[in-house]
Design a protein around this ligand. Structure first.
Ligand code: NAP
Length: 274
């Protein structure tokens, strides 16, 4: 991924030929008017990748934010996800998401969690979805074990695997596996839900570059070839989190941040899905 001279509009080409922006906006726990305004303002500030899910209960507001931004739909890369209770009727779930979003298509539709005994048949349903309604299909919270199993059955290789990924959960092996199989890794909870921003080492590196801890952590993701989707509903943080394309972490700083790894999940460990 070329991140030199990049911006929120810079993209990475996925295995289906689609171009995915290098940085996005997360919307989990963003609700109502606040969610709509965050999406609208993010797009006005140059964000082109927006992440939601049927589970978040905010698809309506996310769709409204996109419309109110007055940016052409084709310039936005929108992701939504199939919730665990929706596996038995994928087509209807997608239809319901599109209707709540008020849009004709999503750029990426993800299986939210690798639900045991269902994920393979659900993936086959994903492969049959109308490509006019879903431009790309992928997975979320799939470990190397889940992906290895999926790849044995898949006709279409997922273009993205969205997983928890941050300095306290540096999933090096999974990243290497995804890279080898041309699956783009996308990082959720990239800021460790805010907790990592207090880390002494991250703060020191930030002082060195005159950058905030959030900017250091998000830049670390970019330099690993991972697409982060930090969530914020605050204007100043939207701008702060996007200002990560004008500096570079040294090899030593990257290794130093890598060494913070401690297998710490702030969300759930997907290994619990047998
Ligand atoms: N696929 C999945 O299973 C899954 C699971 C979890 C999350 N996700 C997606 O990934 C997105 C991001 O993950 P996340 O929301 O869990 O965590 P996150 O992005 O790591 O952290 C979000 C938290 O950090 C705060 N924050 C954001 N920017 C900041 C900054 N510059 N300085 C200080 N604090 C800052 C936010 O507060 P304010 O809003 O108040 O700024 C919020 O409390 C989600 O919103 C969702 O779209 C997907």
């Amino acid at each position: 991924m070329d991140i030199s001279n990049g911006s929120t509009r810079a993209t990475r080409t996925l295995n289906n030929g689609a171009k995915m922006p290098l940085l996005g906006l997360g919307t989990w726990e963003a609700r109502g008017e606040e969610a709509k305004l965050a999406v609208k303002y993010a797009i006005e500030k140059g964000y082109r990748l927006i992440d939601t899910a049927s589970f978040y209960g905010n698809e309506h507001e996310v769709g409204a934010g996109i419309k109110e931004s007055k940016t052409k739909r084709k310039e936005i890369f929108l992701t939504t996800k199939l919730w665990n209770s929706e596996h038995d009727n994928v087509k209807a779930a997608l239809g319901a998401s599109l209707s709540r979003l008020g849009l004709d298509y999503v750029d990426l539709y993800l299986i939210h969690w690798p639900v045991s005994k269902k994920r393979i048949s659900t993936w086959k349903e994903f492969e049959r979805l109308d490509s006019k309604k879903v431009r790309g299909i992928g997975v979320s919270n799939f470990t190397k074990r889940h992906l290895t199993e999926l790849l044995k059955h898949a006709k279409i290789v997922p273009c993205v695997n969205q997983v928890e990924f941050h300095p306290y959960l540096y999933q090096k092996e999974l990243l290497e596996f995804c890279t080898k199989n041309e699956i783009q890794l996308e990082a959720y909870s990239p800021l460790g839900r805010g907790a990592i921003l207090r880390d002494r080492k991250i703060r020191e590196i930030g002082e060195n570059h005159s950058k905030t801890p959030a900017q250091i952590v998000l830049r670390w993701h970019l330099q690993h070839g991972v697409i982060p989707i930090p969530k914020t509903v605050r204007k100043e943080r939207l701008e702060e989190n996007a200002s990560i394309f004008d500096f570079e972490l040294s090899e030593a700083q990257m290794r130093s941040i890598d060494s913070l790894e401690r297998s710490r999940h702030f969300v759930s460990d997907p290994e619990k899905y047998a």
